[in-house]
Ligand binder design. Sequence first.
Ligand SMILES: C[S@@+](CC[C@H](N)C(=O)[O-])C[C@H]1O[C@@H](n2cnc3c(N)ncnc32)[C@H](O)[C@@H]1O
Length: 273
Amino acid sequence: MSAAREFHFEDTDFDYIRDVIGSHTGIVLSDAKRNMVYSRLSRRLRALNLNTFTDYCNLLREEDETELINFINAITTNLTSFFREKHHFEYLEKALIPKFLQENTNKRIRIWSAGCSTGEEPYTIAMVLKESIPNIKTWDVKILATDLDSNVVATAKAGIYTAERIEGISPALKKRWFTKNDDKVQVSSELKELITFNQLNLMHQWPFKGPFDLVFCRNVVIYFSKDTQRELVTRYADYTRDDGHLFLGHSESLFKVTDRYKLLRNTMYQKVK
Ligand SMILES: C[S@@+](CC[C@H](N)C(=O)[O-])C[C@H]1O[C@@H](n2cnc3c(N)ncnc32)[C@H](O)[C@@H]1O
């Protein structure tokens, strides 16, 4: 490691960090992620007044529960935005909601945003549902939004964003679903009431039964090994109703992962068994 670096970072530290993150979260850190790990964890070393990554790894070895949470929160990549990969929301509005309106005689819809990060994804889903289901108050609609990282779940729950975060949203939607709050914007309580936010590690047991109509798990499995992806997607199929849907992120695919879903069009899948 270069002498200019603030903290000493041994190969053995990186290997240990990879093992801990892999076993707790399923996230695979390749060699290329070494600098990213250094910079994300340097903040923890500064906060804890530690001089080397070996000291930091020793703290994790002591199984300090609080630090384990901080560690996981520091390593996760939380990039997201409102209407990210907007073809998914167009499909929801134009193909799936009309089908729900025609076929869901019980007027019940269950959606899971798994790996919801700071909440833009579930709030986008909620906006589309509110805009497209007439008389939605007579429907039983619930969105479950979960993430491993407790910090992003807290942000998602608060629903307060900088004004730049909603710049790409149409003026009509901004007006209907956000209010100005000093230099920030606040998501309307009408959207919030559709969503339940919870911290959840996808590698652990899931404390609910489903079945979901739709699962959004976008830009999450890309960080997992193929085996972990296979296990996870098989569980999604078990928790999805027959012919329900799964949405993945733009660089993710179920090719050679599972045959329990068929590909409808890019990154949109339907359960077949
Ligand atoms: C890049 S963000 C994707 C956010 C959103 N789904 C989107 O596409 O805009 C990936 C999220 O997956 C979460 N994540 C990673 N591993 C996880 C795990 N084992 N269980 C639950 N969430 C996980 C991260 O904390 C992060 O917030």
